[in-house]
Design a binder for this molecule. Structure first.
Ligand code: ATP
Length: 222
């Protein structure tokens, strides 16, 4: 039986939430958020990191070219994530190199966010949502892991609807990510988000279980 007790009594338990592209993890995170759970969206945070971290911007442009930059009055103010994605998702060495630089920065950003939530929130746990949580080893810093899965064809259709990207590009990204089978090996909880399943009921059930397994004997729950 997994020991769900959090590593530090001063910090709220961390639930890692992951799943392949288009699986529905942001939708699941949104439901949990509406129940009062603080959610750290690693992808959204990474986006704003480029705006906030000048060193990171300069490194990306030096390494992957000026076309990856967004400029204002000649100043590099952000990174064009689409241009960057076009480069790194067709070159696994480049992707690995980018990840090796970006992930530690995102991890430190998470630690600061987590410390703040633990001070300010009475929630029973926080969620760390990331598409590549297991690939980066981030799941090892979580107290439990929930995986959202859906058949590949369903994920492809959803991702195309949301991103408006062509199917070949999405399939290429899928190939860079783990399979649902491998993700399940690291999961304590699985949400099966095939179209015919009732997602809301599953997420409410997941929340109940998470409150239960992470309930500290001496911490208030909302
Ligand atoms: P990505 O990795 O691309 O960010 P994601 O795993 O976060 O994807 P979502 O953004 O939650 O996935 O979902 C992708 C799309 O599928 C969204 O438009 C969402 O509204 C839709 N969707 C998610 N779950 C369902 C469902 N059960 N039924 C119908 N549509 C769904």
């Amino acid at each position: 039986m997994h020991d769900f007790s959090t590593s530090s009594p001063h910090l709220l338990p961390v639930v890692g939430l992951t799943g392949g592209i288009g699986s529905g993890k942001t939708t699941v995170a949104g439901i949990l958020e509406s129940l009062g759970i603080p959610v750290f969206d690693a992808d959204a945070r990474a986006k704003s990191l480029y705006q906030r971290n000048a060193d990171l911007r300069v490194w990306v442009v030096d390494r992957f070219g000026e076309t990856c930059g967004c400029y204002q009055d000649g100043r590099l103010i952000d990174i064009d994530r689409k241009a960057l994605a076009d480069i790194v998702f067709s070159n696994s060495d480049a992707l690995e190199e980018l990840n090796a630089v970006v992930h530690p920065v995102v991890a430190r950003d998470f630690q600061a966010w987590h410390a703040l939530q633990s001070e300010q929130s009475n929630a029973p746990y926080v969620v760390r949502e990331a598409a590549i949580l297991i690939e980066t080893g981030g799941h090892k810093q979580c107290d439990s892991v929930a995986v959202v899965q859906a058949p590949q064809a369903v994920r492809l259709a959803r991702a195309m609807g949301r991103l408006g990207t062509n199917p070949a590009q999405i399939e290429k990204r899928m190939q860079q990510q783990l399979s649902d089978e491998t993700r399940r090996e690291h999961a304590h909880f699985v949400v099966d988000n095939a179209d015919e399943n009732n997602l809301l009921r599953q997420v409410l059930d997941l929340h109940k279980k998470l409150v239960d397994v992470h309930a500290p004997r001496d911490r208030k729950t909302p």
